[in-house]
Design a protein around this ligand. Structure first.
Ligand SMILES: C[S@@+](CC[C@H](N)C(=O)[O-])C[C@H]1O[C@@H](n2cnc3c(N)ncnc32)[C@H](O)[C@@H]1O
Length: 348
């Protein structure tokens, strides 16, 4: 007799499952729209989703017209791309880039299902530092958006190692198929280099103390390989901080050191520098570019490049001050709090 296999229905464990993989409703936003809305209204980002930032500010500035050609240099979940595509009203074309081989496939499928196929949208898995090649193929752009950094899907996925909040491999690569993971980088880095990385990338005040602990672990072959081990190393380094202040100090150092490692393994400053350098030639005369940054190092580079471009007459106009998301947007999406937007218009 054939044995009957009793298959249990996938169960949403409790009303608030904590594990990323168990949040299956949040992973399927089209099907569970009510759950998604509830999660967002509580100021959280559903697992497997990313809430686009400064959408109205970007669209107000870009003034996209049907028939134009645009580039989203950082596709992510495709939220901005989708809103920009809506403005094309079926006429024109968009290119969208991302280095992430995992999320790009899901986003491509999601956008195709929403009616944005290859006739109107070309998605490429490439680094935006190759904007010159993309612009050559496309014939230049009327509008460009770059929303730097990482998406919520990347941060929330423990396998990617972007946060100390979940245990996982200390990876932090936007493209895990290329280059060295953060754990590999930590094994071979020198003390001086590590101190410089923490200080220059994230202004870490305890850079020396944290680097000392990591070097000690390397010497004893007790390598820092997971996000939790990285947090432990930071806790050990900050043991001298008075107990009442320690928890907060460890949290802040974790945020800064993870950011510093991410910037390092993805060469984020070098990549942004190349992008900003090639940007004017990728824009058509009168073309517009908006860039969202998430920390002072990035914003400084953008500000400097736009200012130099305006001085050289390459840009006819650049934003005088940074544009910030509204208080309402920050309340709805806490990840928007550190966002700064700048824009520029290519000279005619
Ligand atoms: C903040 S998310 C973008 C979210 C997107 N605007 C949306 O609305 O869904 C940043 C994305 O840019 C990608 N990215 C970061 N640096 C990149 C680079 N140098 N080249 C291409 N993509 C990059 C990341 O993999 C991530 O998916």
């Amino acid at each position: 007799m054939e044995e009957k296999i009793h298959k249990r229905r996938v169960h949403y464990s409790g009303t608030h499952p904590k594990r990323f993989e168990e949040k299956y409703k949040e992973h399927d936003p089209e099907k569970y729209a009510d759950t998604i809305e509830k999660v967002i209204s509580k100021g959280s980002t559903p697992a497997g989703m990313h809430i686009s930032i400064c959408v109205n500010e970007i669209l107000d500035f870009l003034q996209i017209q049907p028939g134009q050609q645009g580039l989203d240099a950082t596709l992510g979940y495709g939220g901005h791309t989708r809103r920009m595509l809506e403005k094309l009203q079926g006429k024109g074309h968009m290119y969208a880039l991302d280095v992430d081989p995992i999320e790009i496939v899901k986003t491509k499928q999601r956008l195709a299902e929403a009616g944005y196929g290859e006739d109107i949208l070309t998605i490429k898995q490439t680094n935006f530092r190759n904007i010159d090649q993309v612009a050559e193929e496309a014939g230049g752009f009327d509008f460009i958006l770059a929303d730097l950094g990482v998406s919520s899907m990347q941060i929330d996925n423990p396998d990617r190692g972007f946060t100390y909040k979940f245990d996982g491999p200390l990876d932090l690569r936007l493209d895990p198929e290329k280059g060295e993971s953060a754990a590999e980088r930590l094994r071979e880095v020198s003390y001086e280099e590590l101190v410089g990385m923490f200080q220059e990338n994230s202004d870490e005040p305890y850079a020396e103390e944290i680097a000392t602990v990591i070097m000690k672990r390397n010497r004893t072959k007790n390598y820092v390989e997971t996000t939790t081990q990285m947090k432990d190393a930071i806790e050990e380094a900050l043991a001298f901080v008075p107990e009442k202040d320690r928890k907060e100090a460890v949290k802040k150092s974790c945020q800064r050191c993870f950011q510093a490692l991410r910037i390092d393994v993805n060469s984020e400053f070098e990549v942004l520098y190349d992008f900003l350098d090639k940007l004017p030639d990728a824009l058509r005369p009168g073309g517009k570019v908006a860039i969202l940054t998430f920390h002072s190092g990035e914003d400084r580079l953008v500000k400097r490049a736009f200012k130099a471009g305006a001085k050289a007459g390459v840009y006819s106009e650049v934003s005088k001050d940074v544009i910030r998301p509204s208080a309402e947007e920050c309340a709805r999406n806490p990840r928007a709090r550190s966002t700064k937007m700048r824009w520029a218009v290519k000279a005619e």
